[in-house]
Design a protein around this ligand. Structure first.
Ligand SMILES: Nc1nc2c(c(=O)[nH]1)N[C@H]1C(S)=C(S)[C@@H](COP(=O)(O)OP(=O)(O)OC[C@H]3O[C@@H](n4cnc5c(N)ncnc54)[C@H](O)[C@@H]3O)O[C@H]1N2
Ligand code: MOO
Length: 396
């Protein structure tokens, strides 16, 4: 069977996967979710004209003449006086500019004697003042539908008085780890058995990317046990990820069981190394990614494929490019049939992201992840990639 190019797999996610319904949540619960509205500022920012420094509010035209202090304006405690000719008000950063004043002299240029001040240098009208509405008017769109809410955006929305947001529901994720040989770490290993890497990898990846704890189940290489577990997973989750049993071996039951449960196959087998046997299907808006058992294949399928499916489920607009650009530090062998996805070390050299191939790249190996920062995408071709060549990478 012909292998599907990665780009076409990504196209399939765009056409097959629909965004989950939206709901309104309090601002603080929106972190990591994708906006389903374009929120607008409820208030102008700054909301009032204020001082940018600790100093004295005055009339710039008074120049270097002695000024009488007639009050204090601190942040949150406005002065109740009006500044007239020959007068000034002590003002602190963020304090509301009192009526009559048109500039602030920072305290470093002021000589103060009791309740009288003299400026050592003149100030311009408007100096050290933050004007009402200079950043945003009330009603300005702050962020767009389809954007993900980050910590910084959340704070910007709070500043503008937005206390709730319409966002897409976060996807619920279920993980099925298959294989008779798989034993959870800490338990004794029998002959031919291996410690489970994929359960910890999948769980930690979803938690690390803000999806919370997935439901994780372990399934024997038994068709009816798998059918029961997959059916329960499809009932409870929006995205089901399986590991193992998706190749052509006698116990590779994932495609057949998914088919029996009514999951519509969209594709099977991608031109990528590792991760070739990846299986993808949909049932009633729910996505199933059948990932191979080899742990490095799972890592690649998470970084490239699960990420793309999740972005679609969450209604992300795709304007944030996931892939970045860098240059290779060494020559790297190409593969003539499959795109290579390689774990590399990333260093900034003279402002350029420089990518160094790490050893131990096989799909059953993970130990180089202690030094890997980037997953580098090398398209299939017959000639090797040369030092200095520009390539695309994702952070991992
Ligand atoms: N005749 C062919 N054989 C294979 C092909 C092929 O095209 N023709 N493809 C190979 C490729 S590429 C891959 S990748 C694997 C994928 O096989 P499966 O998805 O069926 O995975 P398993 O056979 O169940 O396991 C593969 C490998 O990974 C180990 N494993 C499984 N689960 C875990 C786990 N949770 N933690 C750690 N390690 C795990 C398992 O023991 C196997 O060594 O198929 C090739 N074969
Ligand atoms: O596609 Mo497999 O993950 O190369 O070994």
């Amino acid at each position: 069977m012909a292998l599907l190019p990665i780009e076409q797999a990504l196209d399939h996610y765009r056409t097959a996967v629909r965004a989950l319904p939206t709901h309104r949540v309090p601002l603080e619960l929106a972190l990591g979710a994708v906006l389903a509205e374009s929120p607008t500022a409820r208030i102008a920012l700054p909301r009032f004209t204020q001082s940018a420094v600790d100093g004295y509010a005055l009339r710039a035209e008074d120049g270097l003449a002695p000024l009488a202090l007639i009050g204090t304006a601190a942040a949150g405690n406005p002065a109740t006086v009006t500044v007239g000719p020959g007068q000034a008000v002590r003002i602190l950063t963020g304090g509301m500019l009192p009526d009559g004043a048109n500039a602030v002299a920072r305290q470093e240029i002021v000589e103060r004697t009791g309740e009288c001040i003299v400026l050592r240098e003149r100030v311009r009208p408007g100096e050290a003042i933050r004007h009402e509405g200079e950043e945003l008017r009330a009603g300005t769109i702050i962020a767009r539908s389809g954007q993900r809410v980050t910590a910084g955006l959340l704070a910007a929305l709070a500043m503008a008085g937005i206390d709730s947001l319409e966002v897409h529901r976060r996807p619920r994720v279920a993980v099925l780890v298959t294989g008779d040989e798989v034993v959870r770490v800490g338990e004794p290993l029998g002959p031919g058995q291996v410690y489970d890497a994929n359960g910890p990898l999948l769980r930690a990846w979803f938690v690390e990317h803000g999806y919370g704890e997935p439901v994780v189940a372990y399934v024997r290489d038994d068709e009816s046990a798998l059918e029961e577990a997959m059916s329960a997973a499809l009932d409870s989750a929006d995205l089901v990820v399986t590991s193992g049993g998706v190749s052509v071996g006698d116990r590779d039951f994932i495609p057949a069981v998914a088919d029996r449960l009514g999951v519509r196959k969209v594709f099977w087998k991608v031109a990528q190394k590792p991760g070739k046997p990846l299986w993808f299907g949909m049932r009633d808006g729910k996505a199933l990614l059948g990932m191979p058992g080899n742990p490095a294949a799972v890592l690649v399928c998470l970084a490239v494929h699960a990420r793309a499916v999740l972005a679609r489920l969450e209604g992300e607009d795709g304007t944030q490019p996931a892939w970045r650009s860098g240059v290779l530090k060494t020559d790297v062998e190409a593969d003539s049939e499959r795109d290579r996805l390689l774990r590399m070390r990333l260093d900034m050299v003279d402002g350029v992201a420089t990518l160094e191939l790490l050893p131990r790249q096989d799909s059953h190996m993970l130990s180089n992840l202690a030094s890997a920062h980037a997953l580098v995408w090398l398209p299939s071709r017959t000639t090797a990639f040369a030092t200095g060549e520009r390539v695309a990478w994702l952070s991992i």
